[in-house]
Design a protein around this ligand. Sequence first.
Ligand code: SF4
Length: 366
Amino acid sequence: MKYVDEFRNGDTASALARLIRAEVKPGRNYRLMEFCGGHTHAIFRFGVNDLMPENVRFIHGPGCPVCVLPAGRIESAIRLAEEERVILCTYADLMRVPAGSRDSLHKAKARGADIRMIYSATDVLAIAQANPERQVVFFAIGFETTTPPTAAVLKIAKAMQLNNFTVFCNHVQTPPAMMHILSAGEAGIDGILGPSHVSAIIGSRAYADCCDKYRVPLVIAGFEPVDVIQSVLMLVRQINAGEAEVENQYTRAVSQTGNQKAQALMQEVFEQRPMFEWRGLGSLPESAVQIRSEYAAFDAEKRFNMKEIATADIKGCICPAVLRGVNNPDECKLFGTACTPEDPKGACMVSSEGACAAYYSYGRYR
Ligand code: SF4
C-alpha cells in the first residue's frame, strides 16, 4: 500500500538505524521528546526503541487530548449532564477518564445521565435535530487537529439556527504547551519529534519561535516506523551540529503554512482564551481557544453559566509528571497493579494515545 509499506520497510529502517548508531557521539545523551501520543504508540508498537543506541532516549510528551484535560473540566461536564439534564455527546476515549471524586462520564451514564459517544462532530448535529425538546451539548476536546471540525459544526448550527445545540469547548494549542515544557526545562530535552496531524493543520512554521527561543531542534515526523527513525537521524544531525531548526520529515502531509482553509475556519469561530488549565502543566496563558462572541449562543459555558471546578487527581497517579516528560509510566507505583487499561486510575492509562497505555500494551521500557 502506497505511503504505508515503504514507510514500514525493515531494510530501510535498519539502514537508518545504522546511520544513527554511527553518528551519535559517545558520552553524549540525546533526549528526544515525542510530543504526540501517536508517536509514543508507534515507537512501542514497531519496536523503534530497540533499534536505537543506548544514548538515544525517547521522552514522552503531553500530546494526548484526553490526557491533558484536567479532571475539573470532566466534573463540569458530568454536572451538566446530571443537573441540567442535557444530552452530552463526546468521543469514546473520554468516557472512562477518572474525574475528581473518582467519578467518570461512564459512571455518570450508568447512573442514568444521557451521555452519548459519537464518532464525528457532525453526529451531534443529527442528535440535536432529532431531539428538539432537549438541550444537546458537544463536549469538544483536542488539539488543532479536531478544532476545525468543531468550528465547522458551530458554523452549520448557526446557519441552521439550531437553538438546542451548544459546545463545551476544550480545544488546546500545541506550540504554547511546547514552549511551556521547554521553558520549565525539567525534562532536559535535546530535540523534539513534532506532531504529524497537528502540523498538517498549523504548518511547520508554527514552531519557529519555539526552536529560536529555546535553541532546540524540531523535526515534524510521520507516524510510520521509518518516518520516526529518519526523524531521529535528522535530530541527531542537528544536535551534533549545534543547530536548532524546524525540519519537516513528513512532507507528504505537512507544508510550511499548513491548511489555510482550516486555519481561517478556526479563526472565524474561535479566539484566544486568556488562560486554560492543563493536566500536568497547570494554567497556561493563551494556550487554548474559546468561542467568539458572534457564536455566544452556542457556547455551553455561557448558556449554562458553567463555573471552573478544581478537583484533585487520584492519589498516587503521576500522570502530571508523565505528561511533562519528567517521569516514565513504569515509575508510577500504581502502574500495572492498581492501574491497568481495564481499571485505569489516570487519563494516561485510558486513552489510546496515553503513554501509560503504550507501556502496558507493548511491554515495559528499558
Ligand atoms: Fe496514572 Fe495509572 Fe499512569 Fe500511574 S500508571 S501515572 S496511575 S495513569
